[in-house]
Design a protein around this ligand. Structure first.
Ligand code: PRP
Ligand code: URA
Length: 215
């Protein structure tokens, strides 16, 4: 994992397994079943890296041989917040790694004309302010949806916010960094640019449609 030198809060996950899976994900010939599996696996690998900074505390364990000092997570409370609908595809992989995490949902869609995010649902864990938050969404395009999600969460008391996206456009990174400077962004790749319809180039097309087979 390396930080994007332009933005210290942007981490690009250049692990070979991540890059390999991302290539298959991008392929127009990859069907919904494999696409879903890859999104889940990529989310799990990303969460593995993104939680590297979690604090540990000492404990004592008795092995079959002897008693020893070992380390466990220091009571970390995590919330995974998918941006509906495509973010849903990333939840299961993360829960397999962090089964005690709570899941909140933020429903946003991007108006196809204005490209502005429209909120239609929000349900969060009650103690959201005490949790480390992983907002998940496969795509960071204009950044409007992610910035709006961060704003909703802040209004509801969230403090520690990380954003996990599979592919980011430079425009989206710029937007989130500008509006949410203390949010750490994790991405597998920073792509070239957005096309006239606000799609990431080269990207992978419409993540929600490919996940759920709606087109
Ligand atoms: C996609 C994607 C992000 C958003 C990114 O969702 O999953 O949420 O677009 O675009 P932005 O950075 O320009 O806001 P979409 O609005 O297509 O909804 P869906 O997940 O329901 O398909
Ligand atoms: N939403 C997507 O699903 N894909 C993009 O490229 C941009 C926004």
């Amino acid at each position: 994992m390396k930080s994007n030198t332009q933005y210290p809060n942007v981490m690009v996950m250049d692990h070979p397994l991540i890059q390999h899976k991302l290539s298959i994900l991008r392929d127009v010939g990859t069907g919904a079943k494999v696409f879903r599996e890859l999104v889940k696996e990529l989310a799990m690998l990303m969460a593995f890296e993104a939680t590297r900074g979690f604090q540990l505390t000492e404990t004592t364990v008795t092995t079959p041989i002897t008693e020893t000092t070992t380390y466990v997570l220091a009571g970390k409370k995590v919330a995974v917040i998918p941006i509906l609908r495509a973010g849903l595809g990333m939840v299961e992989g993360i829960l397999e790694l962090i089964p005690a995490a709570r899941v909140g949902h933020v429903g946003l869609y991007r108006d196809p004309e204005t490209l502005q995010p429209v909120e239609y649902y929000c349900k969060l864990p009650e103690d959201i302010g005490e949790r480390d938050i992983l907002i998940v969404d496969p795509m960071l395009a204009t950044g409007g949806s992610a910035a709006a999600a961060v704003q909703f969460l802040r209004e509801r008391g969230a403090r520690s916010i990380n954003l996990l996206v599979l592919i980011a456009a430079p425009e989206g990174i710029e937007e989130v960094v500008k509006n949410c400077e203390d949010v750490c962004i994790y991405t597998c790749c920073v792509d070239s640019h957005l096309n006239d319809h606000g799609y990431i180039v080269p990207g992978l097309g419409d993540a929600g449609d490919r996940l759920f087979g709606t087109k």
